[in-house]
Design a protein around this ligand. Sequence first.
Ligand code: CA
Length: 231
Amino acid sequence: MRVLVIEDEPRMLELLRRGLQEHDCTVLTAMDGEGGLEIAASMEFDAVVLDIGLPLCDGYDVIRALRGRFCTTPVLMLTARDGEDDIIRGLDLGADDYLTKPFSFAELVARLQAITRRPRHEMNSAIQAGDLAVDVLKRSVSRGDRTIELSRSEFALLLLLVRSAGECVSRRSLMECVWGENPEVGSGALDVLVNSLRSKIDLSSRPKLIHTIRGSGYLLSSSMQVAGHSR
Ligand code: CA
């Protein structure tokens, strides 16, 4: 079993690495979310063990980015927070299971075996936000009864926004989802792409769905008022 461990605490990381190796796992490690996503993009894994509290981009961002790329590798979250909301949030974003620290190694291994044996969960093919409908498998988009034709890049952008509906998606995440890690395009390309997407999604329909969060990124929301944010 090949496992990617993303954990920022060196002692915990070493413990996980050694323990998993003793259970015949091949282990690759990253100490922050961005590094983990880079490794995950470069090879296939049987499972990802993911700490939620990470520097740069946190565990939630990692799950969102993985699932946004249609990566179905099972993810086991490690969380120091035992708040139900945090766990539900992670599972909603596409994590397969979670463990609250501290945990026993036997339990970790058992959970990993369980999630890797499960059939990979089907990505929900149809996503709805207000009157906007996106079908991931058919790659079709419509608002009300209006069918919308999108380019490949526009579709990738919309998909990430709609999967994160109600939350601000950072410019960096959006750029990576469209152009990959270390995009060679300037950040102006993102504004051009968003404007083009808006012209198709929002121009002749109300309410506006795509909102600009100044200095941060973009947010898709079907509610008329996005508190404190300007378009
Ligand atoms: Ca941590």
